[in-house]
Design a protein around this ligand. Structure first.
Ligand code: ZN
Length: 309
């Protein structure tokens, strides 16, 4: 299994300013499948930028109805379903994301939900998706129907708090997590309602005792405050390895010893199709159409073919 952060920013101002990217994260090769979790603004672009392919997704997970978590979900679902031409993949989301709840959502249209299996996940519910079990975890956040996810693959657990304030019982929902990924918006003890700060994260780590903890969804105050130093402080206090996510952070997970890994910093790929330099890839760009043929993604051609049939 490989976990990759296509963004480590969060909160509306971090997202609007793109001081940090907001593409969410991917879990690749989990029982042979790939999943994208909380694809915020730019998720599709970051997928290509870091050398991934959105077509090889088996699932798109969206935890709640905030733009920095759901923005690119529909376009990724289109990639997963070959432009809505095939029945493929699973969409997992909160009630608000998939059905709408009060003023929240729905964030994915019924059209986009029509070609995949759809799992509406409520807190404390468990669903099977491919070879994994997904449990909805409770949150205390703006969207009252939002959830976090605990993903269980043969007993190995990756827990994601999504956006939530700290509350009694949060640790219980993430019990047994080998890897704990949390939205930690602010440094120190300056928490705001519905979000955790470093002090809350310390409490959560002490209770859950994961092998590795990752803080992501970093707000502007956290970004300006050197998140790496903040993570080191948390690590020292808890005795648990804590990583501050950065854009393009990737690591392979060793199931037997999750503490042993190497952090990889992904660089922008030299992409024939996605570079903005017209000079650089002039010839290759021409050939890039071949790639479109290969993926059956040449609209004009298929329309022409239909007319000929
Ligand atoms: Zn939120």
């Amino acid at each position: 299994m490989k976990i990759t952060f296509l963004g480590s920013g969060g909160g509306r101002f971090s997202a609007i300013s793109q001081r940090r990217m907001t593409g969410g994260f991917r879990i690749d090769n989990l029982g042979g499948k790939n999943y994208h979790i909380d694809p915020g603004p730019g998720a599709l672009i970051r997928t290509y930028q870091f050398g991934f392919n959105p077509r090889n997704l088996s699932g798109v997970f969206v935890s709640h109805s905030h733009t920095d978590h759901y923005n690119d979900a529909e376009i990724l679902i289109e990639a997963m379903t070959r432009g809505m031409t095939k029945k493929m993949g699973t969409i997992v989301g909160s009630t608000s994301v998939l059905e709408g709840y009060d003023k929240w959502g729905p964030c994915i249209s019924s059209y986009h939900q029509s070609n995949s299996d759809v799992v509406v996940l409520k807190p404390d519910e468990v669903s099977n998706v491919d070879k994994i079990k997904v449990k909805g975890t409770r949150t205390e956040h703006g969207d009252p129907a939002g959830v976090g996810f605990q993903i269980d693959y043969k007993g190995f657990k990756v827990s994601y708090t999504s956006d939530t304030g700290y509350f009694d019982g949060l640790a219980k929902d993430h019990e047994g997590a080998d890897i704990l990924i949390a939205s930690v918006l602010r440094p120190g003890n300056k928490s705001i309602p519905g979000h955790m700060c470093s002090t809350d994260f310390v409490k959560l780590i002490e209770e859950v005792k994961p092998q590795v903890a990752v803080m992501t969804h970093l707000g502007l105050k956290m970004i300006s405050n050197n998140p790496v130093t903040e993570a080191k402080k948390i690590s020292k206090r808890t005795g648990v390895k804590v990583i501050a996510a950065f854009d393009g952070l990737s690591f392979n997970v060793n199931y037997n010893n999750p503490k042993r890994f190497r952090l990889i910093s992904l660089k922008d790929v030299d992409s024939v199709v996605h570079s903005t330099s017209h000079k650089m890839f002039k010839n290759e760009r021409r050939n890039a159409y071949q790639q479109s043929f290969k993926n059956h993604e040449f609209d004009e051609l298929s329309i022409l073919k239909k007319n000929l049939d």
